[in-house]
Design a binder for this molecule. Structure first.
Ligand code: 5GP
Length: 114
């Protein structure tokens, strides 16, 4: 797997505004926020994208998803609600090949997405 900017953030080789960390995930604020709250959550066990979860263990995926919900709570978003986005591949406009959940909150979201 290619070394990405998120590998470097996880290794603390480049700075990021950390929002949350536990044994399973690291969460940090997006450099170009698309909402008042825009945090990225990566699993410490790397996968290149959500499509690779088809080969991951249910235990690892479960721990990741529980952590995503915990991060949203930690950010104070669960009462008003929020959106979780995974971009996958070219048509999904994924730009970093390290799976990451975008947690977007603090404003009313719209549908359909662009
Ligand atoms: P993707 O387009 O792959 O779903 O999302 C990648 C996200 O990473 C984008 O929202 C982009 O703003 C964010 N990003 C790219 N480089 C950096 C960086 O160096 N630091 C942080 N905190 N976010 C980044």
């Amino acid at each position: 797997m290619e070394d990405t900017i998120f590998d470097k953030i996880l290794r603390r080789e480049i700075p990021a505004k950390i929002a949350y960390e536990d044994d399973h995930v690291l969460a940090f604020h997006d450099l170009h926020p698309q909402a008042p709250v825009h945090v990225l959550v990566i699993p410490k066990k790397k996968q290149p994208g959500i499509q690779a979860f088809s080969g991951a263990s249910s235990e690892d995926i479960g721990a990741y998803m529980v952590a995503v919900a915990k991060v949203a709570t930690h950010l104070g978003l669960d009462a008003a609600g929020y959106r979780v986005v995974f971009n996958q591949g070219k048509y999904g406009q994924q730009t970093v090949a390290y799976v990451h959940a975008h947690i977007l909150g603090g404003r009313q979201m719209e549908w359909p997405p662009g």
